[in-house]
Design a protein around this ligand. Structure first.
Ligand code: FES
Length: 152
């Protein structure tokens, strides 16, 4: 005689549902992780700014608008101010969060610990000690080309 009686169809059904739930959870997590990594991999070697929907074009950024995209230089913040596009590294120099343009305040802000920068990348306040490095932008047919402000 067995110590473990037959679990019966109800218990097998519950086990199957639990297994399906685990598989669904794992596959959902895996697809989210791949979706997060895919744009980075696609843009890792690109000199052009790539956003979540593909290459970013100058017309995609309205007056006082901004976009954060990726290029071979990493995350880049592009802000349209008057008719000019201004490009800066988008990684906060404090602990590496992604900064954002605040059109109302006219400052670049870090959501993590409150660092603030001006459009030259200079620190205005908060815990950051170093500014955001500017990048050179050129508008081309293929999109916005990003290059270091200082070639090394
Ligand atoms: S990471 Fe930006 S202020 Fe801390």
């Amino acid at each position: 005689m067995s110590d473990h009686p037959d679990p019966g169809p109800t218990r097998r059904w519950i086990n199957a549902l639990l297994g399906l739930g685990i598989v669904t959870t794992i596959s959902g997590f895996a697809s989210s992780a791949l979706a997060y990594l895919w744009p980075a991999a696609r843009s890792a070697g690109s000199e052009f700014l790539v956003g979540s929907k593909g290459p970013v074009r100058a017309d995609d950024i309205g007056p006082d608008g901004s976009v954060v995209g990726r290029s071979r230089l990493g995350k880049i913040l592009v802000v349209r101010r008057q008719d000019a596009l201004i490009g800066l590294q988008a990684t906060c120099t404090h602990l590496g969060c992604t900064v954002a343009w605040n059109a109302a305040s006219g400052e670049i802000e870090c959501p993590c610990h409150g660092a603030r920068y001006n459009l030259h990348g200079e620190v205005l306040g908060g815990p950051a000690r170093e500014g955001l490095a500017p990048v050179l932008l050129t508008i081309e047919e293929g999109g916005i080309r990003v290059r270091p402000a200082r070639e090394s």
